[in-house]
Design a protein around this ligand. Sequence first.
Ligand SMILES: Cc1cc2nc3c(=O)[nH]c(=O)nc-3n(C[C@H](O)[C@H](O)[C@H](O)COP(=O)(O)OP(=O)(O)OC[C@H]3O[C@@H](n4cnc5c(N)ncnc54)[C@H](O)[C@@H]3O)c2cc1C
Length: 550
Amino acid sequence: MSTKDYDAIIVGGGHNGLVAAAYLARSGARTLVLEARPKTGGAATTEAPWPDAPDFKVTRLSYVMSLLPPTIINDLQLEKHGYKIFPMGPYYQAFPEGGSIKLYADDAQRNHDEVSRWSSKDADAMPRWDAWLAGLADVLGPLLLAVPPNLGSRQPRDLKQTLRLAWKNRGLNVRTIADVTRLMTMSIADLLDDWFESPQVKGALAVNGVIGTWAGPYEPGTAYVMAHHSIGDVGDGHLGNWGFQEGGMGAVADAIANAAREAGAEIRTGAKVGQILISDGKAQGVVLENGQQLTAKVVVTSLHPRTAFLDHVGRQNLPDSFVEDIEHWKTRSGVVKINLALAELPDFTADPGTNLAEHHTGSVEMAPTMPYIERAFTEAREGRPATRPFSDGVIPTAFDKTLCPDGYHIMSLFTQWVPSDWNEQPHAEELQAYADRMIDCYNEVAPNFKSSILHTDIVGPYEMEHDYGLVGGNIFHGELSLEQLFHMRPAPGFADYRTPVPGLYYASSATHGGGGVCGIPGMQAAQAAIADRRAALRGPVQAVRRARQR
Ligand SMILES: Cc1cc2nc3c(=O)[nH]c(=O)nc-3n(C[C@H](O)[C@H](O)[C@H](O)COP(=O)(O)OP(=O)(O)OC[C@H]3O[C@@H](n4cnc5c(N)ncnc54)[C@H](O)[C@@H]3O)c2cc1C
């Protein structure tokens, strides 16, 4: 047996790559992480984008936490390494025609009071809606942590896994299965129409159905996207427990990196991988873009599937059907992130004042109605950036004092949509005009908004793809559309974090459990690699990846 430089090499130091590294290092593997950018974290990154204002830091891409399971937090002792979450306040929408609404994740009485201002029928429906969602979270939460079975395979191991999943879900009844079916197949608009009547309430609840999605609220499947964003606290089954990490999302990645280092992993930044080494049909290591070759028996890649498989592994080393699946992978978003430094908090006409108030502490939305959101999508699908974009805004500095000097604030606007091909060109001037229109929308409901802006940072799909590796600008390495979920993520037959190449494991957000800053793909890929490594120590035959029936 040849001596390898490392036991395990992780390609990509985003949070999933770091989670994989931490678990592998803890299992005793000599582990190396290779990250192309000058810093780790990937889409979970805190940066200071304004050279003339270095004290202002923003979470440049992802901005709120919810899906990181307690298992990972505890296994990696992340709190010891700086993981600290401030729970978010309510959803808040101020309406251009006057008035506002707040929706609370965990306060039924206040929700009732708020919603009653718009519809007493909807206020009465709210507790039933929350209970309905909670019931679904009980089913979907644990499923996010399940390894999808290889459906259709007759291999004993795959059949066993399918039966195990069926057994785990034996408690489901006809009603629950019907509810899950509805959730998976309906549009968020149709689902909300079944429950509520007020356009204002429906607009507020629709936001989670279209976040990061190349689909308007009337598209089938958006009901599931809402559930994915509403589950929160995977494993505990709590709903909607979103929060801000102190120090921004980069601090989550730093906490995981610290845990990985403490377990013995080595992390190299500025180390761009150009190729995964394959010989005798197995992964043997990587070649960096500078030509350096590094070997390991286990390679875990956490990159977008097109980069990981088509660029780094190469079509010639993969089954044709797998290549075709990855070529067909849908990876659009039309998301633009706008980060702002503010001299003062927004002074809403509906809720006046620039002193910190509850409505500044959660999501400060610009999604007043379903038709408003739909119009933004329709324009982008027709090839134009939205005239009036929708935005999921947050002001983390309502809690977090580490991001900017005292008395100032950071506001982060997650906005949609621009055309899905804006990943191909920078579109700098059009993005500036789009951001100006977005700011005007907020200014209509908070007239001090525009004049309070000190600095603006706009990150469009081109930058997301070219600087962060998010191909197509999709925020999750691939759309959360029905045909790309569970046993289909990233490709049928390969949803168990293994790949067609023995020794190569897959830990990106394009696997089941991803996207989002949840670490599940990283943990699962590491566990698959650790299990195969242990099997290899017991006997070589068990270790070789079994032939797939496809
Ligand atoms: C604008 C935006 C907002 C979002 N908001 C949220 C949110 O609020 N909450 C949430 O939970 N999720 C959010 N997400 C999604 C979430 O951030 C991602 O799903 C998650 O961070 C992806 O993690 P990852 O480790 O799988 O991949 P990535 O973070 O993409 O990490 C991959 C890493 O690989 C590196 N890399 C690329 N090519 C190479 C190479 N050739 N060699 C070596 N390294 C390479 C990249 O630089 C990167 O660091 C958001 C994403 C975006 C873009």
